[in-house]
Design a protein around this ligand. Structure first.
Ligand code: GAF
Length: 416
């Protein structure tokens, strides 16, 4: 989902969590004249496949990026929540202080609504929160469909829980909330406080992914399987191409698709579109009004594609998943209609230059695409994409290689 969180992007897409943590701690020190009590970080994500399936109770397959949002925090005893975000230029942006016990949806807007929303949910859930000072630093690209908002929500939740004496890494702690529950709380902050009707994909990815794996999540049952994803072992790379575009109708388009899925499920008298099987697709399609049929087709075929990708990965056939990624893009473009000119251009140019598969990732309407490529072909594929953008007079996209990285956790600031 797009956000307007003020975390400036690095000019290159390098990521080092210890450096991000050090920046957060230094910024906290500069603002408050003392070290923070706690420091937690949470990553952005790439969704390998399984798009717009999470709010249909289906399957998703994300991995965590090395790019992280870090929150350095200390408790206050006066009930105030102070929020500061610091861009890569070191420039702080300070939100209007709010009282934790007065937080209510709609009261805070812009980037500060995400951490404030998390404090609101924790308070509603009975977590004992006094006030807190939070300083936020990060390098998750914003507005790129790489889940910067979930990274901020999750890092905030972990920091506030730690301040409240309920850290997630406290062994033997009976009151310790699990990561799945925190993902639901962070989603609730986004849905009910910020007002974005997103699913639970991004928050689960940020909290639960592990290095060198993609995470299979069955949203209906909550089942999670860590599936090894080692592109290098196959001479491959996963390239992320950030189109640096975001289209004005992205928020309304997302909500519209989600409402369409609810209407289709109601018409079919099922709890969610997840209930429709591949074998039952034709019969179910025939029972729907024309305009809802493509939504159903996308959700059912996308769930099947996720299962096929997982099967291939578990069988050690990572090099065969390319066509499934491309088929996912075609379905999102033609049936779900959430792609964009720039995303289609990236996918077409990457495939024409030899990518094994390519697709948009995330909510769509702009943002990023991914391409599975042979390592030796990276320069040629990037050049082909740039040439396609030049030909259309479009601003160049930004490229980086995505390595499945660790999920959220306590940060150890670099001592350099
Ligand atoms: C956005 C949402 F936040 C996710 O919940 C998910 O629906 C995704 O779009 C599409 O798969 O990232």
């Amino acid at each position: 989902m797009s956000t307007d969180i003020h975390i400036e992007e690095p000019s290159t897409a390098s990521a080092d969590s210890a450096v991000a943590a050090q920046r957060a701690v230094a910024a906290f020190q500069a603002r408050y004249g003392r070290a923070p009590d706690v420091c937690w970080g949470a990553p952005g994500r790439v969704n390998l496949i399984g798009e717009h399936t999470d709010y249909n109770d289906g399957f998703v397959l994300p991995f965590a990026l090395p790019h992280r949002t870090v929150v350095a925090a200390s408790a206050r005893d006066d009930g105030l929540l102070n929020l500061t975000t610091v861009g890569s230029d070191g420039r702080p942006q300070v939100a209007e202080p709010v009282r934790v016990d007065e937080l209510a949806p709609g009261q805070v807007t812009g980037w500060a609504a995400y951490p404030a929303g998390v404090a609101w949910v924790l308070r509603e859930e009975g977590v004992p929160l006094g006030g807190a000072d939070l300083v936020i630093c990060g390098d998750v690209p914003t507005g790129a469909g790489l889940s910067s908002s979930a990274a901020l929500e999750c890092a905030t939740a972990l920091s506030l829980l730690d301040l409240a004496g309920r850290p997630v890494d406290a062994a033997g702690e009976a009151e310790r909330p699990d990561l799945t529950l925190i993902a639901r709380w962070a989603q609730r902050a986004e849905n009910d406080f910020v007002g974005a009707p997103t699913g639970v994909l991004d928050q689960t990815a940020s909290l639960c992914c592990t290095a060198a794996h993609v995470l299979f999540l069955d949203v209906r049952s909550g089942e999670q399987i860590q599936v090894p994803f080692d592109t290098a072992a196959h001479g491959l790379r996963l390239l992320v191409i950030d189109t640096r575009t975001r289209h004005a109708h992205s928020e309304s388009g997302y909500g519209e698709r989600r409402r369409g899925c609810v209407a289709a499920a109601e018409a079919l008298r099922v709890g969610s579109l997840r209930e429709v099987t591949r074998d039952g697709l034709d019969a179910a399609t025939a029972r729907l009004p024309e305009e809802l049929r493509p939504l159903l087709r996308h959700v059912v075929t996308e769930n099947a594609r996720v299962e096929s990708v997982v099967e291939s990965l578990r069988a050690g056939r990572l090099d065969t998943i390319g066509p499934l990624l491309t088929a996912s893009h075609e379905s999102l473009r033609d049936d779900y209609r959430v792609s964009s000119t720039e995303l289609d251009l990236v996918v077409d140019a990457a495939l024409a230059a030899g990518a094994l598969g390519a697709r948009m990732t995330g909510g769509g309407f702009g943002g990023s695409a991914i391409a599975l490529i042979r390592s030796a072909a990276q320069a040629e594929i990037e050049e082909s994409i740039i040439a396609a953008f030049d030909e259309r007079g479009l601003a160049h996209p930004r490229f980086f290689m995505a390595l499945p990285s660790a999920g959220a956790g306590r940060e150890e600031p670099s001592t350099d």
